[in-house]
Design a protein around this ligand. Structure first.
Ligand SMILES: [Zn+2]
Length: 152
């Protein structure tokens, strides 16, 4: 599944990315451009707006709470859940990097405490399964995925 989230759904967009979903976040709302992109790229538009035309590519999110929004999306679409394979900031697929390569690029205590690292070629961020990872996992109610290899 590929999505476009409108400007009111930033948190939902980041959470879906953490689950491995391809989500483009559009701001400010360019409704015509959004629909054009959805059709061209085969994306579903997630929006809280009722101003958009009725269209099979448009899914209206009802809740204002991102947890409930996530449930709405999970119920409506067959998501291929693949946690921590995509950058939550820029939507780029993460690349696994061997531990020695991140030496000096992440804080020393992080380097010492972790063995698995991933890199975002889009924005240059490094990811590891730290406290943030554990918290998000808990929030999203997901099991630890042993296989974090991006499936291109
Ligand atoms: Zn990134």
């Amino acid at each position: 599944m590929r999505f476009i989230a409108d400007f009111m759904l930033g948190k939902l967009a980041r959470m879906l990315r953490l689950l491995g979903q391809d989500v483009i976040y559009v701001k400010p709302a360019d409704r015509n451009g959004m629909l054009k992109m959805a059709l061209e790229e085969g994306r579903v538009i997630l929006t809280r707006s009722h101003k958009l035309p009725h269209h099979p590519s448009i899914f209206i999110i009802k809740s204002q709470d991102w947890r409930e929004q996530l449930e709405e999306v999970k119920k409506a679409f067959p998501l291929d859940i693949n946690p921590f394979t995509r950058c939550s900031i820029c939507n780029t697929k993460l690349v696994e990097v061997p531990k020695p390569e991140v030496r000096g690029k992440v804080p020393y205590h992080v380097y010492e405490a972790h063995d698995e690292f991933a890199y975002c070629p889009g924005c240059g961020r490094y990811y590891w399964k730290g406290t943030h990872y554990e918290n998000i996992k808990k929030m999203l109610g997901i099991e630890d995925a042993n296989n974090r290899t991006p499936n291109n």
